[in-house]
Every structure is written in C-alpha cells, then in structure tokens.
Design a protein around this ligand. Structure first.
Ligand code: NAD
Length: 484
C-alpha cells in the first residue's frame, strides 16, 4: 500500500475525534501479509487523563442525569446503527484480525446483540427495600461506579468491547476504553456510532495506544472507579495491582486451557464437529478455546482418529477465502505457537494430523497449520499451558474420577464441556469441574450474550455477560431514612 492509501483513525475524547496529544501514531499491520494498512494514534497518559476528565464531566452533567429509559433508547439506536454498517464492520474486523469473513460477520452480529441485550436491561435493574426498625425506611440503591476503564485484547475486538462497554453504559457509567494496539479499528468505528446514536460528549471515550503506555495509565488513573480487563494473566496481574493501589474493584477475564471430556457413551457424531470448531475458531486465539480433548480410553483411538481425519481437511487462508481459519495475530504469537509444536515434537509427542495452508498465501503472513497431538503427557506444557493457537492436545482418561481430575489439572478454569448420554454423570461432572461455564453435550466458545461468563483460578474473576455483568458494573448505596 502507498502511504496515501493508509487510512488514519482517531481517538474519541469528549465527543471529538482527536489524535494523540504527543502527535505520535502507530501502524496497524495486516496479519495476512505483515504490511501496514492503517494508523492509529499512540495515546498516552495525557490522553487518558483528558478522557477520564471528560468522562467525569459527563457524569456531572447531562449523562449523569440521563434516565435509564433514555440510555436504553440510545443503546437500541446504537445496535441498529451497528447492523446498518454490518458488512463494513465485519470486513474491517476480519481484515484487522485475519479471521474468515464468516467469523467476522458472526462477531458483529454478537456485538449488536450485546447492545440490544443491555438496552433491554438498562431500565430493569432494581434496588431493594429492606425491612428495618420501626420508624425507618431503608432503600438499597444500585448506582453506577462512575468512570469505568475498559482494557480490551485483540482476538475479538468488537465483541470484547461490546460485552463490557454495553453493560457499563447501560447502567450509567461513563467509559474510557483502551482497545488493543494490534486490532482496534472496529471499536473506533463502533464508538463513533455510539455518538451518532445520541451518547452525550464524554460518556464514552476511546484512547488508542500501547499497553504499557495508554493501558498502564488508564489502570493507574485515580479518577477511574472500576476496571474491566480482558487479556493475558501477566498483564491482568499488573492491572489488578494498579487497581489495588487505587482501592477500586476490577474484573479480570484471562486465559484458559479448556477441556472437552468425551465419554464412551457420547454421541460422537454430534461431538466431533463441535470439538474441532472449538479449537479452530479464530485459529485457536480464543480464551475459551477447547484446547484439550480428554477421551475415555475405550474409544480413544476411534474418536481421536476421527478428529485426525477432520484436522487433515482443515484449510488456512485469508478472510476473503473464508476457510476454516486465518493467520495468527502477530509474529510473537506465531513464534510462540511454533515453539509449542516444536517442543512437543522434540519430546516425541505424536503429531497425529495437520491442516494445510491454502495456495497463494503471502509468505509474510503469520500462518500456522492447525495441529493435533495425541497421547500428550499430562505434565507436558502442551497439556497445561495456554497455546493460543490452532493446536489440540488429545489425552486418554480412565473413568469418571480420572476424567475430572484431569479436567481440573491446570491452573486455568474458564470453560469446560462434558459429552455423555448418562444424565446422572452429566450433572456429577458439571458440578465437579472447576470453571466458570460448563457445557453438556455442546460447547460455545464464549457462549451466548445472555450467559454469565468468567473464570476461576488463573482464568480470572468477576463475571461479564448476562445480568450478572450489571452487578459488577454497579455498586450499592444503602439509604437509611428515620421518619418516626
Ligand atoms: P495482553 O494482556 O497482552 O493485552 C490485553 C490488553 O492489555 C491490550 O489492550 C494491551 O494493550 C493492554 N496492556 C498491555 N500491557 C499493559 C499494561 N502494562 N497495563 C495495562 N494494559 C496493558 O493480551 P492479548 O495478547 O491482547 O490477548 C491474549 C490474551 O488474552 C490471552 O491470554 C487470552 O486467553 C486472553 N483473553 C481472555 C479472554 C477472556 O474473556 N477470558 C478473552 C480474550 C482474550
């Protein structure tokens, strides 16, 4: 691309589209060819400070007085505008992240759905009336935190943005968003649509830039009352430390090593495509990817053989080719995934099947073939650590107790699935799995908009999605009235 063809994007601060205070900008790279195709402002502490002040001013002004029903109407219009820009946003999301167009479209559908869902919830979050002593009335009000900070990763930029920002705005917070420097173009456009839908200046602000600059400044800012972070456990620790220094709460949505437990009595034909999709979706760059398939010994060879067949038919390509998956996000991610597979092969772990790259791909793209490894030793890092790539580890188990022990044997606890036709076992296993979501005879990476989502252990804490998110995005105020 020539310099003239590279589109420049702006931050959103106080209702205005602005460049970084420093005047600096960053290239946005196309993961299919390694070339820049857009520029974003390289925001930093000064931009974050302006955004937080604008958000506080909005709360002190029009936005703080906006009735829930009016917030709901703005969000309904916002959802409509997203759908009116559907193809443009889906293409942008796919271009930015490299994912197939079908996946980009699914992401924008879910994005609009978050705004619809929380538009419907905005005027339905009630407080409580507490019976107390004679002569008193006590109301527990649910109130917004104030200025909320939102730090977003690059794998599902639009969806991750929507699930946290829509909940925060619905209950009347003023948001400052720091999307990922690797992929944030859809979030910029969707934020502009929020202004078009009627959000007053300052109710929503977006500061783009590097994590260690803009992200760190947002997590440390004393004007922020709550932080929602989605990303890696390492950065999550830094964000939580910064939140602790300001004595504020935070939600951490971190990684995973999610297991699919397949028992001998499962409907294997039903399980097979779901097990494959759960790891291949967005080339495994999904926090809730089903990256471990744990299979009962008696059907291990049969079922893993079917997965191997399916893996050998997988194809990797550009968004326009719309194949099974696209490239990895950046060279660091690609090298990390290649490091895992090389280490597995060096340790003699059998590579059972590989997908293939489509013909004619640009060699500078961050391509990796999907890979299925079998009989992965339980203590090998391929069985325990998050790869964040299209690599599936198959491990046999022997009976229900062993299955559960194996399922719970990582530091993570985000999502899990159990495949069995035995109803008692479905419930027993679901109860004993240490994770935030359990699927029985199905698996939804991330699950539906209505379903509370979040981790246990190193996968984080707090819940997003569904009504539970609204509790996290608010706090309570107990009003005690003595009237005699
Ligand atoms: P990351 O932690 O590197 O970055 C996430 C965000 O944090 C980005 O916006 C980044 O700019 C920002 N950031 C980086 N350094 C920072 C700092 N010092 N202070 C504040 N912010 C900083 O993660 P990533 O590479 O974008 O995403 C991959 C990781 O995210 C994986 O581990 C994945 O499992 C996890 N993830 C989790 C979920 C979930 O819901 N549980 C969803 C998506 C991704």
């Amino acid at each position: 691309m020539t310099a003239a063809e590279i589109e420049s994007y702006a931050q959103l601060i106080d209702g205005k589209q602005v460049q970084a205070a420093s005047g600096e900008s960053l290239s946005v790279i196309d993961p299919c060819n390694g070339e820049p195709f857009a520029r974003i402002p390289s925001g930093g502490a000064e931009d974050v400070d302006r955004a937080v002040r604008a958000a506080q001013a909005a709360l002190d002004g029009v936005w703080g007085k906006t009735a829930p029903v009016e917030r709901s109407r703005i969000m309904q219009r916002w959802a409509q505008l997203i759908m009116e820009h559907f193809e443009e946003l889906a293409a942008l999301e796919s271009r930015d992240t490299g994912k197939p167009l079908t996946a980009g479209r699914a992401d924008i559908t879910a994005t609009a759905r978050y705004f619809e869902f929380y538009a419907g919830a905005a005027d339905k979050l009630h407080g409580q009336v507490i019976p107390y002593l004679d002569g008193y009335s006590v109301n527990v009000l649910r109130v917004p935190h104030g200025v909320t900070g939102h730090i977003i990763p690059w794998n599902y930029p639009a969806q991750q943005y929507a699930r946290t920002v829509a909940a925060a705005i619905a209950v009347g917070n003023a948001a400052v968003v720091k999307p990922s420097e690797d992929a944030c173009l859809s979030t910029i456009k969707i934020s502009q649509l929020g202004v078009e839908a009627g959000l007053p200046a300052g109710a929503l602000n977006v500061v783009t830039g590097l994590g260690e600059e803009a992200g760190a400044a947002l997590s440390a800012h004393s004007g922020v009352s709550f932080i929602s972070f989605t990303g890696s456990p390492e950065v999550g620790t830094l964000v939580q430390q910064a939140a602790a220094r300001n004595h504020i709460g935070c939600t951490l949505e971190l990684g995973g090593k999610s297991p699919q437990l397949v028992f001998a009595d499962a409907d294997l034909d039903m399980a097979l495509p779901v097990v494959v999709k759960a790891i291949i979706q967005h080339a495994g760059q999904t926090c809730s990817a089903g990256s471990r398939v744990l299979v009962e010994q008696s059907i291990y060879d049969q079922f893993v053989g079917k997965i191997a067949d399916a893996f050998s038919r997988l194809r990797v390509g550009t968004p326009e080719m719309d194949l099974d998956c696209g490239p990895l996000m950046n060279p660091t991610q690609r090298d990390k995934v290649i490091g895992f597979t090389k280490d597995a092969m060096d340790n003699g772990i059998p590579l059972l099947a590989e997908g293939a790259l489509a013909e004619g791909l640009n060699p500078n793209g961050y391509w990796v073939k999907p890979a299925l490894f079998g009989n992965v030793p339980r203590d090998h890092k391929l069985a325990c650590e998050e790869v964040f790539g299209p690599v599936l580890s198959a491990i046999p188990f022997d009976g229900e107790n062993d299955a559960i022990e194996l399922a719970n044997a990582t530091d993570y606890g985000l999502v899990g699935a159990v495949w069995t036709s035995n109803g008692d076992r479905q419930q027993r296993v679901a109860k004993r799995m240490n994770c935030g979501q359990v699927f029985i005879n199905n698996f939804g990476a991330g699950g539906g908009v209505e379903l509370p989502f979040g981790g246990m252990k190193k996968s984080g804490h707090g819940r997003e999605k569904g009504f539970l998110a609204l509790e996290h995005m608010t706090t309570t105020k107990t009003v005690v009235h003595f009237h005699g």
